[in-house]
Ligand binder design. Structure first.
Ligand SMILES: *Cc1c(COP(=O)(O)O)cnc(C)c1O
Length: 444
């Protein structure tokens, strides 16, 4: 038996608050994003497909630059990267945070200025470091003692590379245990409490080929509260004061990483960027004044908050199954294009496109097509009671950590990414095909 019918008015089923600002209602329950009908996009590019609203990305970059006029805003490419995305980020005046030679080379090929890039990684390969030095990235963030001498050696006797040191400030924050990176006992950074951060700083200062521009921390992801950032600032400034005492140096920069949370479902709230900017700036100047330190230039590294709300995932319903009290709505994608529900228990608010308002709703669980019972895209969501195979299902807030984390599981093929802008659509990344799989599999 399915759940009792609920009416749309009482459920907020028609709430578009987490959708891109350009989203518009068309007739018969259809929607457009960036002036392009979602049903038309599904017909033209097939499903599953990812739609990215270029203007939403650019608007979010501008909100950051306006909220943090004194800071360097560096977009975290791992949330989503393509050559077009790298160009938009460059044009909006942001920097780019990369974690591999692959991300670095792609952005470089798109013309992204290397001096505005920051290389991260808890386990940088020789190729990552060599590529960063060869292309001339602006900063390399040191994450372990062993890479200090390696970067210095690869920089060569005449070289001088700007670096930062990633510190674990001992602040616990973030939407899920797997994305909390500010405490001891996880793999990133160098601990403030056991002295390994201080030790690494001393070693970096002793390398003539390295110029230490400041300290870095990234405390977690999908953080919706300002307070953990303020605690991190106090601890980082405390460390900067100790460094000045023992080495007589002050740093021109302080990088506080990203992690800014967004609303995935109506009624949720993201991190308030205006409040973050105001309170961070105040905390930084007070802490620095108390320690008689010059105020460093702030660097922030948002990924999700720029990309996630600009993306919409489109799926076709393939099967509807009533199993006991549950209704399963199975679509043509799943954990291969969006591993976040399985990884972090992430929750989404999918919506049926092309269903007139006023339809009665049922409680359903949207599942993917993969061979795992854990392949759930959204559990216990309200959908129109008449949902049936062939319907188009759209998932908002799909622009970050979905396409970039997509896999080849079941050889389904990773979906295409389509940019929409002022009523036109263009393909940024094409669908992965059987031919792609055959070409990689060179065994007899
Ligand atoms: C992932 C990451 C970011 C971006 O995190 P979001 O939660 O997407 O804002 C920024 N800096 C570093 C070092 C990261 O690893």
């Amino acid at each position: 038996m399915s759940a009792p019918f609920l009416t749309e008015d009482s459920t907020g089923l028609d709430d578009l608050s987490v959708w891109p600002a350009s989203t518009a209602r068309l007739s018969q329950g259809h929607l457009s994003v960036g002036g392009v009908s979602l049903a038309g996009l599904a017909d033209r590019f097939g499903t599953p497909a990812y739609v990215l609203d270029e203007d939403e990305i650019r608007a979010r970059c501008r909100i950051y630059r306006a909220a943090f006029p004194q800071a360097d805003v560096v977009y975290a490419a791992k949330a989503f990267l393509s050559r077009a995305m790298a160009r938009w980020i460059a044009e909006e005046g942001l920097g780019l945070d990369v974690c591999s030679a692959g991300e670095l080379e792609l952005a470089h090929a798109a013309g992204f200025p290397p001096e505005r890039m920051v290389l991260h990684g808890n386990a940088k390969t020789p190729r990552d470091i060599e590529t960063a030095l060869r292309l001339g990235v602006g900063r390399i963030v040191v994450d372990s003692p062993s890479e200090i001498a390696r970067i210095a050696a690869l920089a060569g006797s005449a070289g001088r590379q700007k670096v930062m040191v990633r510190v674990v400030p001992g602040v616990s924050a973030g939407g899920h245990e797997k994305i909390r990176t500010g405490t001891d006992g996880q793999k990133f950074g160098l601990s403030l409490t056991d002295g390994s951060a201080q030790h690494a700083i001393a070693r970096v200062l002793g390398q003539a080929q390295l110029e230490l521009t400041g300290l870095h921390c990234h405390i977690g992801s999908q953080i919706t509260d300002v307070k953990p950032y303020l605690v991190a600032v106090r601890r980082m400034v405390g460390l900067m004061a100790r460094v000045r005492e023992s080495h007589g140096v002050t740093f021109p920069e302080l990088d506080l990483g990203g992690g800014h949370g967004v609303a995935y479902r109506p009624g949720e709230s993201g991190l308030d960027l205006t409040a973050l900017a105001r309170r961070l700036t105040a905390e930084l100047s007070e802490s620095c004044a108390a320690a008689a330190l010059p105020v460093p230039r702030l660097v922030i590294e948002p990924g999700r908050a720029i990309a996630a709300p600009a993306g919409v995932a489109l799926y076709r319903v393939l099967a509807v199954k009533h199993a006991g009290p549950k209704t399963f709505v199975a679509v043509d994608g799943g954990m291969s294009d969006n591993p976040r529900p399985a990884l972090y228990g992430a929750r989404y608010a999918p919506r049926l496109v092309g269903r007139p308002a006023g339809a009665e709703s049922i409680m359903a669980t949207v599942v993917g097509r993969h061979c795992e019972a854990g392949d759930v895209l959204a559990s216990d969501v309200l959908l129109p009671g008449g949902v049936r195979p062939g319907d188009l299902l759209a998932v908002p807030v799909a622009g970050a950590y979905q396409v970039s984390m997509a896999s080849a599981y079941n050889l389904v093929g990773r979906p295409p990414v389509v940019a929409v802008h002022e009523g036109t659509a263009r393909l940024l990344i094409r669908r992965e095909t059987q031919e792609d799989f055959r070409r990689r599999d060179i065994g007899a």
